[in-house]
Design a protein around this ligand. Structure first.
Ligand SMILES: Nc1ncnc2c1ncn2[C@@H]1O[C@H](COP(=O)(O)OP(=O)(O)OP(=O)(O)O)[C@@H](O)[C@H]1O
Length: 257
């Protein structure tokens, strides 16, 4: 079991209104794998991703990250664990009026004293680092533009760059391409995969588009009504299985593979 990097044990989330979003999800993840989570709307994908770093506190069960129990951590310990986990969001979550590079350097804040971080001062080393990271996502020429002057795909690449600035060993991406056109989606997924492979970062990506999951992920996990109903390699995910994951009585979903 030594190559288990991240593990969820019977992870359960029941919201205050009684919705059972996750039902005892037990999974293990290896270092460096790119895993896509698929499933119909309301299946529990976001809840699962957000429960991993306790942004959404699980009701019961445990998350073990490099043998550290995140679910029992709090205060400084939780902050130190979270620093190793980069998040990428559907709506990018950038500071729109700030420059691209400043957004990227926000990923470094977890490494700065709160005083320095609070007034937003970055060292020459940080700026140099920020430019190098922007180069990795092909945005070095946009470093000093305002974030809201960039296209959606470029903004999401800034989101990825900000996550890398954190020097994470795990990236959690919640629907990173849901608001992008197919060409930008392809571009963003290519960068995410390249960085995950080059840096050996375990990456878990929630995706609505099954064809993107099949193309980019090493492994696909299908979640339906809070339970894992598929866990395998992209080539093991048959159309029948996709039907089974998404079928809710009316077969209204679409997939293109
Ligand atoms: N804060 C909340 N309070 C109550 N129920 C919630 C809350 N957040 C999510 N839920 C419910 O939990 C279930 C899982 O939601 P979740 O957002 O995790 O699904 P999802 O698979 O990510 O959906 P989508 O693909 O539409 O984003 C749904 O039934 C949802 O309505």
């Amino acid at each position: 079991m030594e190559d288990v990097f991240l593990e969820t044990r019977e992870l359960t989330k029941v919201y205050l209104d009684g919705t059972e979003a996750l039902k005892k999800i037990s999974l293990t993840f290896k270092q460096g794998e790119l895993v896509s989570i698929i499933g119909p709307s309301g299946a529990g994908k976001s809840t699962f991703l957000r429960s991993i770093n306790c942004l959404n506190k699980p009701t019961s069960g445990e998350v073990l990250f490099q043998n550290q129990n995140i679910t029992r951590a709090n205060g400084k310990k939780l902050r130190l664990i979270r620093r190793q986990i980069g998040m990428v969001f559907q709506d990018f979550n950038l500071i729109k009026r700030s420059s691209t590079i400043r957004n990227v350097l926000h990923g470094r804040l977890g490494y700065m004293s709160s005083l320095k971080g609070g007034i937003g001062r970055f060292s020459e080393y940080d700026v140099h680092e920020g430019l190098a990271i922007l180069k990795r996502v092909g945005l070095e020429d946009h470093a000093f533009k305002r974030a809201d002057e960039l296209s959606g795909g470029q903004q999401q690449r800034v989101g990825i760059a900000r996550a890398i600035a954190q020097k994470p060993s795990l990236i959690l991406a919640d629907e990173p391409i849901a608001s992008l056109d197919p060409s930008s989606s392809n571009n963003v997924m290519n960068y995410l995969k390249k960085i995950s492979e080059e840096d050996g970062i375990t990456t878990i990506v929630n995706l609505h588009q099954v064809d993107f999951a099949k193309h980019f992920a090493h492994r696909i996990i299908g979640i339906k009504a809070g339970e894992v109903v598929f866990d395998g390699r992209p080539n093991e995910l048959s159309n029948l299985m996709i039907d089974d994951i998404y079928f809710q009585g009316d077969r209204t979903y679409e997939y293109t593979s």
